[in-house]
Structure formats: structure tokens, C-alpha cells
Design a protein around this ligand. Structure first.
Ligand SMILES: Nc1ncnc2c1ncn2[C@@H]1O[C@H](COP(=O)(O)OP(=O)(O)O)[C@@H](O)[C@H]1O
Ligand SMILES: [Mg+2]
Length: 390
């Protein structure tokens, strides 16, 4: 597999914050960056020497991007399959169409994971009246009903009680294809990022522990698990998934550790993941640099956690009346760093940036980022986050 060496051009399919931070890493390593995104104010545009303003399902635009690049990296799952199929005659797309096809659709992803024997929450796929009846008859207790496509940050999902609530939940989601899954009694949510090169080398990060508020990731910390046997089980599970997928690039496995001690796969992301933003501050190689190394078939970097590091997301509600907050509390508190994605407009729930911090322990790192985030919350008059179980 020929290496793609520094000096070459990497094309990003999607120009959000994940593309922006990967593009920074690529530029640091001497690559050029081109970006395709429908939004002319896309966060990654500032880091690119060429920007193609086009929808992610515009196959001609994807081919145009590929013509000028040595490799393409999707930073979002919803890329046109036709575009990717045509792009590969100009430049490889990593991860490729096969991996995106499996992950793109929640039902297909879960069916693939189940077929490979990976541990999952019990689930049913509902796409019509009959399958809705069958799901209602076979599940009991609290369930999540999730659309198979288009859901993120807790959107496109409803929590309900089986059997009675399933039909109403499915109807409230517009009778679209959905996955109904059993709610799990979660001890902690973990994620494990794995990089795999086209040549087949693989590197897994230590697990991150993740805390969600209202279905959106609030904060995240590495190392997320003190128990080394559990950490290696989680890394092994994610590595096996990356191997089975033969992913070229990154894949992140979100997991639930149940109160009963089971480790279940929640969902996969074939790209950098919000829960590994603290790898910039705390790990020998950031997830973004690792993405570049993986898609360019360079030797992978060390995934060692050098020091405990945490992030807290800055969501749009912290922008009072849409105006940028005063960041003094973040800039003046010990060890906290400010990362902004340069998004032009703030909306509730929109990821505008994050705060990161390192500390002597994982708990102390979380305390620092949450305290700094809560200072912004008080100023904006929005609810503070409380550290503790979900
Ligand atoms: N089966 C479940 N049991 C318990 N909590 C769940 C379950 N499914 C989702 N959640 C909660 O909702 C969050 C978002 O769900 P997820 O399936 O990861 O969707 P998204 O694509 O929005 O991230 C999870 O991280 C978890 O906190
Ligand atoms: Mg998720």
C-alpha cells in the first residue's frame, strides 16, 4: 500500500469541527487540505486552501474534490454512495464506502454487529405495522426508539415504555424506519477509538468515560476506566470491530458498561469522535493526527495517555442571545484551554467549542472543565452541570 507522504493533499468530505481539527493536524504535518461542504461558513474552511461549496450528496462535486487530492476522508457518515464510488477512480476514500454503508444506517449497523457476534442491547427493527406489532409483543420495560438515519446528539430518538408506548413513539417519529432497543441500566458510558491503516496495523486508545446530559455528550475524560482488566476488555472489543470492518482510518465504538458488568456496543462512528477531543491534550498522539496517519498509511502514533485529560462541550445555549460569552473564566482558570469551532451562529444544543484540561487525576480533570463550563452557564443563566451518575 503506497504511503501518502506530507506535501500531498487530503480532501475532507464535510467541513464541521471534526474536519477542522483533523485539518489542523494535517497542516501541522505538512499536508495540504481541501474541503467540501454545503455551508460556506463551515468550520474547516479556514484551514483549507481550496473549498468546494456543494451538498454532500453531489457526486460531481465529490469527483471534483477527488481530482485534486491524494486521499479523501469523510468526517460525517452521510456521504453520497454514488459520489464515493466515482471518487475512488481518482483517490481512495478512507474509511471507504463499505464501512460507511454499514454504519450509516442504525439498523444495518446493529444487524452487522449482531451477525459478527458482538454484544448489543436487545433490539428490533420496525419499518411497518407488522414489525411494530412484533416489537411491541417481544420487548418489555423501558425502551429507546431511534430513527435508523439522521439521528445524532440524542435527536431522532424517544424513550418509552414497552409494550404500550412503542406504537406512539414510532408514530411520533413519523413512522420512519426505527430501531427499538431495550434501555440499559448503565454504570458508565465508555468509548474506544481505534485507528487502522490500509496496511492492516491497528492501534486502540485507552477508553474514554462519557457523561451525557439530555442525550448530548456533556463531558468526557481519558483515562476513563481505572480497572485495567475492564479497559483491556473494552479495547479488545473495539479492536475486533475495527478488524472485522477492515476499516481504513478511525472507528470509535460507543459502549455501555451495565450495572451487571456487561460491556455492550451502543453505536459506531467511522471518524474522529467528540469523546476523544481530550486526546489533543492528554495523549501522545491526538485522534486527529492519528486519523491523518491512518488514512495516509503512515506508522500509527502512540495512543498512550500521558496525563489525565477531560473536555466539556460548549453548546449554543451558553451564547446569550446568540452573542459570544466572556471566556475569562476559561482563560484564567488553572490548566483549562479554550477550543472554538468558529461557527457563525449559536443555537441550543449546537456544539460551538469545548474546554479541555489536564490534571493529576481523571476526576480532577473533569472537575476543572465542568467548573469552567458552569461559570459560563451562570453568566448565561442556563442550568449548571452536576458531576455524578447520569
Ligand atoms: N439502550 C439505551 N439504554 C440506556 N441509555 C441509552 C440507550 N440508548 C441511548 N441511550 C442514551 O442516549 C445517548 C444517545 O444515544 P445514541 O444511540 O448514542 O444516539 P446518538 O446518535 O444521538 O449519539 C447515549 O449515549 C445514552 O446516554
Ligand atoms: Mg451516541
Amino acid at each position: 500500500m503506497p504511503r501518502i507522504n506530507p506535501g500531498a493533499t487530503i480532501g475532507f468530505l464535510g467541513g464541521g469541527q471534526l474536519g477542522r481539527m483533523t485539518a489542523f493536524a494535517a497542516r501541522t504535518m505538512g499536508y495540504d487540505v481541501h474541503v467540501l461542504d454545503p455551508d460556506p461558513t463551515a468550520p474547516a474552511r479556514a484551514v483549507a486552501t481550496r473549498f468546494i461549496e456543494a451538498p454532500l450528496d453531489d457526486a460531481d462535486a465529490i469527483v471534483k474534490l477527488a481530482e485534486g487530492c491524494a486521499v479523501l476522508m469523510p468526517e460525517i457518515e452521510t456521504i453520497s454512495a454514488d459520489g464515493m464510488a466515482r471518487a475512488v477512480s481518482h483517490a481512495p476514500v478512507r474509511p471507504g464506502a463499505k464501512v460507511l454503508h454499514i454504519i450509516q444506517d442504525r439498523a444495518r449497523q446493529k444487524e452487522w454487529l449482531a451477525a459478527q457476534g458482538f454484544p448489543l442491547t436487545p433490539f428490533r427493527v420496525v419499518h411497518d405495522e407488522q414489525s411494530c406489532e412484533r416489537a411491541s409483543a417481544s420487548l418489555v420495560g423501558s425502551c429507546f426508539v431511534k430513527t435508523t438515519t439522521g439521528g445524532y446528539d440524542g435527536r431522532g430518538q424517544v424513550r418509552t415504555e414497552a409494550p404500550s408506548g412503542i406504537r406512539a413513539a414510532w408514530e411520533s417519529l413519523g413512522k420512519r424506519a426505527v430501531v427499538v432497543e431495550q434501555a440499559v441500566d448503565i454504570a458508565v458510558e465508555l468509548s474506544v477509538m481505534v485507528a487502522r491503516t490500509p496496511s492492516g496495523t491497528l492501534a486502540a486508545y485507552p477508553p474514554a468515560a462519557n457523561h451525557h446530559v439530555g442525550g448530548i455528550l456533556a463531558w468526557s475524560v481519558i483515562p476513563g476506566v481505572a480497572d485495567s482488566a475492564l479497559a483491556s476488555r473494552a479495547r479488545q472489543l473495539a479492536s475486533s470491530i475495527a478488524e472485522e470492518l477492515r476499516v481504513e482510518g478511525l472507528v470509535c465504538a460507543e459502549m455501555f458498561l451495565t450495572k451487571g458488568g456487561e460491556l455492550l456496543v451502543n453505536e459506531l462512528a467511522p471518524r474522529p469522535h467528540n469523546s476523544y477531543h481530550e486526546s489533543i491534550d492528554g495523549c501522545a498522539t491526538s485522534q486527529f493526527e492519528q486519523a491523518v496517519r491512518a488514512i495516509c498509511d503512515l506508522p500509527l502514533g502512540s495512543t498512550t495517555s500521558l496525563q489525565p485529560a477531560a473536555i466539556a462541550n460548549l453548546l449554543g445555549e451558553l451564547w446569550p442571545q446568540g452573542n459570544q460569552p466572556d471566556f475569562t473564566p476559561v482563560l484564567s482558570s488553572e490548566s483549562t484551554r479554550l477550543h472554538l469551532y468558529a461557527k457563525r451562529s449559536a443555537r441550543t444544543g449546537r456544539k460551538m467549542g469545548h474546554i479541555s484540561a489536564i490534571a493529576d487525576s481523571a476526576d480532577a480533570a473533569v472537575s476543572r472543565v465542568v467548573a469552567a463550563r458552569n461559570a459560563l452557564a451562570r453568566a448565561a443563566g442556563v442550568a449548571e452541570w452536576v458531576i455524578g451518575p447520569s
